[in-house]
Each structure stands twice: as C-alpha cells, then as structure tokens.
Design a protein around this ligand. Structure first.
Ligand SMILES: Cc1cc2nc3c(=O)[nH]c(=O)nc-3n(C[C@H](O)[C@H](O)[C@H](O)COP(=O)(O)OP(=O)(O)OC[C@H]3O[C@@H](n4cnc5c(N)ncnc54)[C@H](O)[C@@H]3O)c2cc1C
Length: 214
C-alpha cells in the first residue's frame, strides 16, 4: 500500500435507479471537504476510478453515487460487492470545493451522477443558497432530490421532470446574478456549453469551477 491508501469495508449498497447506486463504506478518520473525490477499486484488483464523495464530512460512513456504465469495468464490479467486502480507497483529492464564505449564491449544474459533490455540499451546509440544476434523461434519475433545498430536474428524454430539455435550454431563459458562483460537474459537453453560456450572462471565470467526469 502507498501513503494515503486504505482498505475499507463495504457497509451497504442502495440502488437509486436501475443503473445508479449509492455505495456506503466505513471511513473512520477520513477528513475531506465537500466537493472532493476519492479513488476507489475492488481490493486486490489493479483498476481504480475517481468518485466524488456524496456524503457530508462528519458522517459515520462515506458514500459515493455511482452509475453503472456500459461497457464499464470498475462501476460494474463495485455494484456486485456485498456488505463486508473490501475496497481500496485513496484520497481525498481535488479543489472542487465551496468558497470560504458560505453566505454566497451558488448555481450548481450537473449531469447524471455529477450531482454527487452537490449532495455532499448541501448536506454539510443545509442553509447554503444553492440551486441545483440536474440534467437527466428521465425523472427516475433525480436521485435523492428531496435532499436539496432548491432542485430542478431537466429531463432530455421524457416529460416527467420539472423542465423538458437540457440544462442549457433551461439556462437560456434564466437570469443569473453576476455575483453567483457557478459549479459545473459531469460530462464535458455540458460543461463546455454552460461555460460558454455563462460568459454571455456575465459570470466572470474566477467564479466558475468545473469537475469533468468524462
Ligand atoms: C474527478 C472525477 C470524479 C468522478 N466522480 C464520479 C462519481 O461521483 N460517480 C460516477 O458515477 N462517476 C464518476 N466519475 C467517473 C468514474 O471515475 C469512472 O470513469 C466511471 O465510473 C466509469 O468507470 P468504469 O471502469 O466503470 O468504466 P470504463 O471501463 O473505464 O469505461 C468508461 C466509459 O464510461 C463512460 N463514463 C464514465 N463516467 C461516466 C458517468 N458518470 N456516466 C456515464 N458514462 C460514464 C466513459 O465515457 C467511457 O465510455 C468521476 C470521474 C472523475 C475524473
């Protein structure tokens, strides 16, 4: 094992849609900031992947929200684990964290499991003025939406969400205050598109943070 690496036990796997699940592992002693990620793999196997932390600091466990990709090596293997199985964890890593002053306005835009860091942030700071805009295919992918103070699902393939269309369509008609901090997480097409749009809306690059999953 290298420094920072630890072997942890799986505590629970909770399915949140047909493809996505929340993996809970024991995390005694791990310190992190909401928005950071870990690397995770099945203990004894060489492949690891990055996963944003879903749970807040101070919880008696650590959770990640994972979608099983097809084809997908690690995301599929992790889903087939059982309580008591061991995983290899490294981290935390990353700078996708909130400003020091939490009395700010945050617009959090995510696609799919890119919502994970915002779950950690809103669980850690329930009073945070954060609107979560979540791009998904259909409403069944609005994972744990009750956990957010302000949440809008943008469904691209069905009418059962809060808004029919992509997050960029929603943002076209949305006034973004210039003092907003913009956090973008998920696939790179969305991130590039929202970044460009935010420039037209006058948000300066210093107020924008991005986390690209793929
Ligand atoms: C900083 C960071 C944080 C991340 N956090 C998360 C997270 O919280 N939850 C999560 O599910 N993934 C997250 N990812 C993606 C994750 O690391 C893996 O790439 C993903 O689980 C696929 O790995 P795999 O071994 O199953 O698939 P591989 O065998 O590596 O195949 C990868 C395929 O899956 C696609 N893919 C990768 N990620 C996704 C995704 N999220 N949704 C749909 N398709 C995808 C790729 O384009 C590629 O086609 C994160 C990536 C980064 C860089």
């Amino acid at each position: 094992m290298v420094a920072g690496e630890s072997v942890r036990q799986v505590l629970r796997i909770r399915n949140v849609s047909s493809k996505a699940y929340v993996l809970r592992i024991d995390c005694a002693g791990m310190q992190f900031e909401p928005g950071q990620h870990i690397t995770l793999g099945v203990h004894g196997e060489p492949d690891v992947r990055e996963y944003s932390i879903y749970s807040p600091p101070g919880a008696p466990f650590l959770e990640v929200l994972i979608t099983e990709t097809d084809p997908g090596l690690v995301s599929r293997k992790l889903r087939r684990l059982s309580p008591g199985d061991r995983v290899l964890v490294n981290g935390p890593y990353g700078y996708f964290t909130l400003p020091a002053n939490k009395h700010c306005r945050v617009l959090a835009v995510a696609t799919g499991t890119g919502i994970a860091p915002f779950h950690s942030m809103s669980s850690a700071y329930p009073e945070l003025d954060m609107l979560v805009l979540h791009g998904v295919r259909e409403a069944s992918e609005a994972y744990d939406r009750q956990d957010y103070r302000q949440y809008v699902s943008c469904t691209s393939r069905s009418d059962d969400g809060d808004f029919r269309g992509r997050v960029t369509d929603y943002l076209q008609g949305y006034d973004v205050a210039a003092d907003t901090y913009l956090y973008l997480c998920g696939n790179c097409e969305m991130i590039y598109a929202v970044y460009d749009l935010s420039q037209e809306k006058g948000i300066t690059p210093e107020r924008i943070k991005t986390e690209v999953y793929f």
